[in-house]
Ligand binder design. Structure first.
Ligand SMILES: O=C(O)C(=O)C[C@H](O)C(=O)CO
Ligand SMILES: [Zn+2]
Length: 280
């Protein structure tokens, strides 16, 4: 088996408030994304986003449909974003090859039948982080490099949240149905992401932390702003944030993360902010 998957359902915020540490992790944390020569997928019923990873080492990995999709091929009714966080890689879509280096993205539109992932060098394998959502129309497949990103400078050293947001798959850069993705890099010495925190009940979100030293951790905050909980996360793990939850984190060291969203609109700026002194 090249593809391993699991299915997650939608927790209610009233039930969430009673979860213990283990249950919180079972429902929201995606602990393993990358496995040599495998595709790992988590099908969340939160806006039906699939969060996953492909790490081709010794072979080319084809994106396979999974049983819950009941589809002839993976992208029959879906769109896909893939961001490489490893060594140089190649994404092939219906016979066309795209060279995807570290921190570069691919958007693959609905209807693409054959998607393949490979690495240039098995000693430095590519690691493609995937987000996929249902799509109602076909948008053109294209590569999105760092130079194409819309860049936002956020935060300040004084509040330990200085960071650069690179919006890769957003409506100003690429045409998508509902998927948005990008990458946020913290400045050295800054540890807080997404602070001040926000919610956006119009969209769910998934975060994937990387470039975090193996012996360090990110403490990820979630929940309604008046009832927050935390999940301790390691390098290259993801977390699912339902539309009722905020999503913010603090690291014991420097890190970068990829965010991906799906839902009602494609308006990145549509957020309801919560100031730090309002959180509970
Ligand atoms: O550091 C940040 O702030 C973010 O990266 C915020 C995310 O992009 C986000 O939550 C978008 O809704
Ligand atoms: Zn958000």
């Amino acid at each position: 088996m090249t593809t391993l998957y699991e299915e997650r359902f939608v927790p209610h915020p009233r039930d969430y408030a009673r979860y213990d540490t283990e249950r919180l992790r079972e429902e929201f944390l995606v602990p393993v994304l990358f496995d040599a020569d495998k595709t790992r997928l988590t099908y969340s019923h939160v806006d039906r986003m699939i969060v996953g990873g492909v790490m081709p080492v010794t072979k080319t990995i084809e994106l396979e449909s999974i049983e819950p999709l009941k589809a002839e091929f993976f992208l029959q009714r879906r769109e896909l974003g893939a961001i490489n966080i490893g060594g140089p890689g190649i994404v092939e879509v219906d016979g066309t090859q795209y060279e995807i280096d570290c921190k570069e993205a691919m958007y693959i539109g609905r209807g693409a039948r054959m998607v393949k992932f490979s690495s240039r060098d098995s000693a430095a394998p590519a690691k493609f982080y995937l987000n996929s959502t249902p799509a109602h129309r076909e948008c053109p497949t294209r590569k999105v490099g760092q130079e194409d990103a819309k860049v936002l400078e956020m935060g300040a050293g004084e509040t330990c949240n200085q960071r650069v947001i690179r919006q890769l798959l957003v409506k100003e850069v690429v045409d998508t149905c509902q998927l948005q993705m990008g990458m946020t890099e913290l400045a050295p010495g800054s540890v807080w992401n997404t602070m001040p925190a926000h919610t956006h009940s119009r969209r769910m979100e998934a975060y994937m932390y990387f470039n975090l030293p193996e012996d360090q951790a990110v403490c990820h905050f979630m929940g309604p702003p008046q009832q927050t909980r935390l999940i301790w996360m390691a390098n290259e793990q993801a977390v699912i944030s339902p539309a009722w939850s905020l999503h913010s984190g603090v690291g014991t060291s420097n890190y970068t993360f990829i965010w991906g969203m799906a839902g009602e609109n494609l308006d990145y700026t549509d957020m309801d902010f919560v100031q730090p002194n309002e959180l509970r």
